[in-house]
Ligand binder design. Structure first.
Ligand code: M6R
Length: 613
């Protein structure tokens, strides 16, 4: 949930660390800090609040030095405060540590260290790490590496660490277990970071550290070793991310940029997997016809927005493959006694590939010998490494905390997967597949038209943003769209919002409806059955004087009779309408947030990558 960065090289580390941290701020943003090697030993600066506070402090109390490490925090243990912000030091002030993750046995370690005379200054779990390293050195560890290894062998939980020693003026140490960490290799400098976009401007090659590995970065090279001190030969990969991908490119926020990127992302994903004209090609996933024939069940697990994508995937896979499909939230699934066996395909969906609950669920599925397929946006992530096969969403870095392009790319991935599996199982014909591919080819342009209607959507958001609450209703394939629209609204505008299956409204939420409540109804013209039922639900809202905002298909004049406002969307078949409809809801939430004056890219209390339970 936090972001870490470290630098070893010939330049002053301060601007490089601050720039890297700013690019990682989406991971956590309640406090931050840096530690540097200087002629006076290790010097640090810390702040509470956004990194602008750190910059202000650095302006007021300038410092230079190298190498250095930095941290942007999302509090887990202890409130956001200078005392709790990283880097944390050992008792002598000669070892500085930044940490992303959670040390689960910190209380036990703290008591053990206190009994040995160590004094703690913060409430964090992290602080035990520099003290454990200090103690290991006191106990005779032969080198800093040996002391780090000795300390980490006592820690339970998850960590990505950056470590500085006052006595090692040209070295940054790093270690990883369960939290993401990369080593970036540049021409004359090396970095550590929580992700590639943070340092993409400075590096040509990257090493994705594996769990249980340590890195020793010095100006003339990088060594990777395990916790027993054995040297390892890492896989060094070229950086294949354009530096512009991590920039705002003239947009006012990353979220708006990412909304606009959706047509390009979806077109790219579709073209990549339909290059054989008229067929979806997912041969790389190794889902052979024999395997698919013996398959009995699909279990899809994920969290947040990715869970809404999973719900869509369930509806579509059931519709197209004839298989039983179940979904669950990562945080629930891992505590159930799920009936999954070898004939179950386990699908994990995650933008970041680092979500703790999704990962724990995947591990449970592996224990039950299920084949694991991931739908993921982050190459090199834990999810990717632990899966049998990966369908990459290829959306590029998503920096805005509220997921947009990663979501529609997940929907596209499920559309492709459903077609490939449906055909291999003989449940759909080639003609049907071709017709669906043609429909999917219309999606990028349809989204483009939606985005062109942004001014109209902004006007509607301006009118409705100030109420305390909003209700989102949808049916069948667009039921997850309603949930996702409500989630987008609450997470960035802080207006309370509920997503509901429209048919379920009369079983409870109808009590909320009065002349003040905006009710966003997804009633695009698809199958008559669903459309007519949706219209009946809207009539029920109208009868109670709810303020209906309809998401309707171009040319549908019927809804004008009872909707106060209408957002028209281009026509699309029901199966793929969620890919377009959700964009209207992303924009509605975006402009509501703007009208309410929130920090859209970094909404309060949230973090982009939830690496804790
Ligand atoms: O990285 P993941 O897709 O696994 O993340 C799951 C959720 O934390 C994420 O979708 C979250 O709900 C977003 N903030 C939604 O916009």
């Amino acid at each position: 949930m936090c972001g870490i960065v470290g630098y070893v090289g010939p330049q002053d580390a301060v601007p490089l660390l601050v720039d890297g941290l700013k690019r990682l701020e989406y991971r956590g943003y309640d406090s931050g800090g840096i530690a540097l090697h200087t002629s006076e030993g290790i010097v640090f600066r810390k702040c509470v609040g956004r990194l602008t506070e750190l910059e202000r402090d650095l302006d007021a109390r300038p410092v230079t030095g190298r190498p250095g490490i930095g941290h942007t925090r999302w509090a887990t243990h202890g409130e956001p405060s200078v005392r709790n912000s990283h880097p944390h030091l050992d008792g002598s002030g000669r070892i500085a540590v930044v940490h992303n993750g959670i040390i689960e046995n910190d209380q036990e370690l703290r008591e053990q260290l206190q009994a040995q005379g160590h004094t703690f200054l913060s409430e964090t779990d992290t602080e035990v790490i520099p003290h454990l390293i200090e103690q290991a050195l006191k106990d005779g560890a032969a080198s800093p590496e040996a002391a780090i290894a000795q300390a980490l062998k006592q820690a339970r939980g998850a960590y990505a660490l950056g470590i500085l020693f006052a006595d090692q003026p040209d070295t940054v140490y790093a270690a990883r277990l369960g939290s993401p960490l990369i080593v970036g290799l540049g021409a004359d400098a090396h970095f550590i970071a929580s992700d590639v976009p943070a340092i993409v401007h400075h590096i040509d090659q990257v090493i994705y550290l594996n769990d249980g590995e340590m890195a020793v970065l010095q100006p003339d090279g990088v060594r990777i070793l395990d916790l027993d001190g054995q040297a390892l030969t890492p896989e060094v990969k070229p950086v294949d991310l354009a530096p512009e991908a991590a920039e705002m490119a003239g947009f006012e926020t990353f979220m708006l940029k990412e909304i606009h990127e959706q047509p390009r992302v979806l077109r790219g994903l579709l073209e990549k997997h339909t290059h054989k004209k008229g067929h979806v090609d997912l041969t790389d996933l190794g889902l052979s016809a024999d395997y698919l024939q013996q398959l009995r069940r699909i279990m899809i697990v994920s969290c947040g927005t990715a869970y809404h994508a999973a719900m869509y995937g369930k509806f579509l896979l059931e519709h197209v493959t004839g298989l039983a499909v179940e979904t669950d939230l990562g945080s629930e699934f891992r505590y159930r006694s799920p009936r999954i066996e070898q004939d179950t395909l386990f699908v994990a969906v995650s933008q970041s590939g680092e979500t703790a609950d999704t990962l724990a669920s995947l591990r449970l599925a592996r224990e039950r010998h299920c084949r694991v397929l991931s739908i993921c946006n982050a190459p090199g992530s834990s999810l990717v490494r632990e899966s049998d096969a990966v369908l990459f969403t290829e959306a590029g870095p998503e920096i805005g905390v509220a997921s947009t392009k990663a979501y529609t790319a997940q929907l596209m991935a499920f559309a492709l997967l459903s077609m490939a599996m449906g055909r291999a199982r003989g449940e759909i014909t080639s003609e049907q597949e071709q017709a669906w591919i043609k429909a999917l080819e219309q999606v990028p342009n349809a989204i483009h038209y939606m985005i062109e209607r942004a001014d109209h959507i902004r006007a509607i958001a301006d009118k409705h943003h100030d109420g305390p609450s909003a209700l989102y209703l949808g049916r069948r394939f667009n039921y997850p769209t309603a949930l996702e629209g409500a989630l987008k609204n609450k997470e960035i505008s802080y207006q309370h919002a509920e997503g509901y299956a429209a048919g379920e409204m009369k079983h409870g939420p109808i009590a909320l409806i009065n002349e003040y409540l905006p009710v966003i109804c997804i009633c695009t013209k698809t199958t008559d059955e669903v459309y007519e039922k949706m219209v009946s639900n809207m009539r029920e809202v109208e009868a109670r004087h709810g303020r209906i905002i309809a998401i309707a298909t171009d040319g549908d004049t019927h809804v004008q009779a009872f909707a106060e406002d209408i957002i028209y969307v281009p026509p699309m078949c029901e199966e793929f309408s969620p890919l377009v409809n959700v964009v209207a809801l992303q924009l509605l939430a975006y402009y509501a947030a703007q009208a309410r004056g929130t920090d859209i890219d970094k909404p309060r209390n949230l973090a982009k990558s939830v690496t804790v339970e």
